[in-house]
Design a protein around this ligand. Structure first.
Ligand code: ADP
Length: 499
């Protein structure tokens, strides 16, 4: 903690916040864990303890679910008109914007990402996400349905979309605040009540968000925030018999556990899971644009993105130029602590991630891969890994098949454009893909055949609250964002009246 308190640019609110033992938010009150236990969250740039946080478990989850249920069934939230809900969400967005610098610093300290990136990406995207769903609160509608087997004047049939109820929301550590917004925005717009469990590696920004949720004036119990470990608090939330729906973002492995845990009461499940996204560069692409963006497709957020463009396929004639360009970009990336003004890439989030990524690199080298940039840990303090470009790789290798979730791209040439989509689709995942070509027909024909929830053509990592995001195959169930996500937070009721 000493390191944080003495950093010259630290916001005073942030140093006070991390110095304080953090509690959990249940029914509008900040409380200790029922067990009295706490856990540490670490600064990944140094490996030092950043803050102590109340460790939620089954009993805390149960209390939080009870609070959410009471708020949903009978509190002021249940009677609130949609416009008033929308205003509260908008107010929350304004408050997050007002505290942008604080959130950016918390995110950088807890997750490791560059402060400059958190300032222009994580926090502003969170604000806009909330505003987008503030607007949706007043636009959730049903339909009138003309029955086909009866004359029109015999029945009036219509559908209503009702909030699904109490939702358990389990989020990862790669974009801690933004992922909280992806979950809370649509849930609140639909009129649901939430129990949110942040990742154990990065609980701080969600807890600060909880303070602003109270300041905005959301009724008690509408949003409850229970930090804790996945195997305990997360598992209890996924299995809880009084949770109507669970929304999860994280690994495919844990996604499968969530499905099993949800079976007890058949709660609805939406999942946004892993990826191993192909990024396909054809010979006729604008390489001056494709090269830097292929680098950023993998290195943005240190490769800790479920949609990272981690399999780079380049048509043979352009292969050397693209690999050379991406490698030169990788070598120029300054790997530093997130608070360093010259930081382009910070540390990975945890020691576990550091080990995971370096183990993958070792496995790749053993199988014959060669690093043309990076290839190892950077320094020996904190969890830094060099941005890495691997060649001599093929589809049988672990580094090509499995999600690394770090700054490691495998580059593979292809000669036959008619076969590239088959290769690109040769994965259990289907989250995202990139296509680079000047040929409009080829671009759309490739997009058409790719089995991925998002296809970026001549761009990558373009996110917008209005654009649905989610996966085919083992990359998940359902979509986040856009109006699509609202389907996961509402039930459809058909009403049929005889006239
Ligand atoms: P990663 O492996 O990248 O940390 P996880 O899928 O393990 O990703 O974590 C994403 C979120 O899922 C975190 O909030 C974590 O605490 C939670 N989690 C992990 N295991 C479980 C589980 N068995 N049940 C419910 N949630 C879990």
């Amino acid at each position: 903690m000493a390191t944080v308190a003495s950093a010259p640019s630290i916001d005073p609110n942030v140093s006070t916040f991390v110095a304080r033992k953090q509690k959990m938010l249940i029914n509008g009150k900040w409380v200790e864990a029922a067990s009295g236990k706490t856990f540490a969250t670490y600064n990944p740039a140094t490996g030092e303890v950043l803050a102590q946080v109340a460790e939620g478990d089954r009993e805390d989850i149960d209390r939080a679910v009870k609070a959410a249920r009471a708020a949903f069934e009978s509190g002021p939230w249940a009677k609130m008109p949609p416009a008033a809900r929308g205003k509260l969400i908008w107010k929350l967005a304004d408050l997050i914007e007002k505290h942008l610098e604080e959130f950016a610093q918390l995110e950088s300290l807890d997750n490791g990402k560059p402060l400059a990136i958190a300032r222009v990406a994580d926090v502003p995207l969170t604000v806009e996400h909330m505003r987008y769903y503030a607007g949706w609160a007043t636009k959730i509608e049903g339909n009138t349905i003309p029955l086909i087997l009866a004359p029109a004047n015999k029945f009036l049939a219509y559908t209503v979309r009702e909030p699904i109820g109490v939702v358990g929301q389990i989020i990862p550590w790669n974009f801690p605040l933004l992922m909280a917004a992806w979950k809370l925005g649509p849930a609140l717009a639909a009129g649901c009540c939430s129990v949110l469990k942040p990742a154990e590696q990065t609980p701080l920004s969600a807890l600060r968000l909880g303070e602003l949720i109270q300041e905005a004036g959301f009724p008690d119990g509408v949003v409850n925030i229970v930090p804790g470990y996945g195997e305990t608090a997360g598992a209890a939330l996924a299995a809880h018999p009084d949770v109507d729906k669970v929304a999860f973002t994280g690994s495919t492995e844990v996604g499968k556990l969530i499905i099993q845990a949800s079976a007890g009461n058949l709660k609805k499940v939406s999942l946004e899971l892993g990826g191993k996204s192909p990024n396909v560069v054809y010979d006729d692409a604008d390489l001056d644009s494709a090269i830097p963006q292929a680098a950023s497709a993998i290195f943005f957020n240190h490769g800790q993105c479920c949609c990272a463009g981690s399999r780079l396929y380049v048509e043979k004639k352009s292969f050397d130029r693209v690999v050379d360009g991406v490698s030169k970009t990788a070598e120029k990336i300054r790997v530093r602590p997130g608070f360093d003004p010259d930081c382009d890439m910070g540390p990975l989030v945890s020691e576990e991630q550091l080990n995971r990524v370096t183990n993958y690199l070792e496995a790749g080298f053993k199988e014959g891969a060669k690093a043309v940039a990076g290839g190892k840990r950077e320094g020996n303090r904190g969890y830094f890994v060099q941005p890495t470009v691997l060649v001599n790789t093929n589809e049988k290798m672990k580094v090509v098949r499995e999600e690394i979730f770090g700054p490691v791209v495998t580059a593979i040439p292809f000669t036959d454009p008619s076969e590239i989509v088959t290769k690109a689709n040769d994965t259990v995942y289907g989250l995202a893909a990139g296509v680079w070509t000047r040929d409009i027909k080829k671009a759309h024909a490739t997009a058409n055949r790719l089995k991925a929830g998002t296809v970026w053509i001549n761009c990558y990592n373009v996110f917008d609250p209005a654009l649905p995001f989610g996966g085919y195959k083992q990359s998940g169930w359902g979509r986040e964002m856009g109006h699509e996500v609202l389907e996961h937070y509402t039930e459809v009721k058909s009403v049929c009246a005889a006239l």
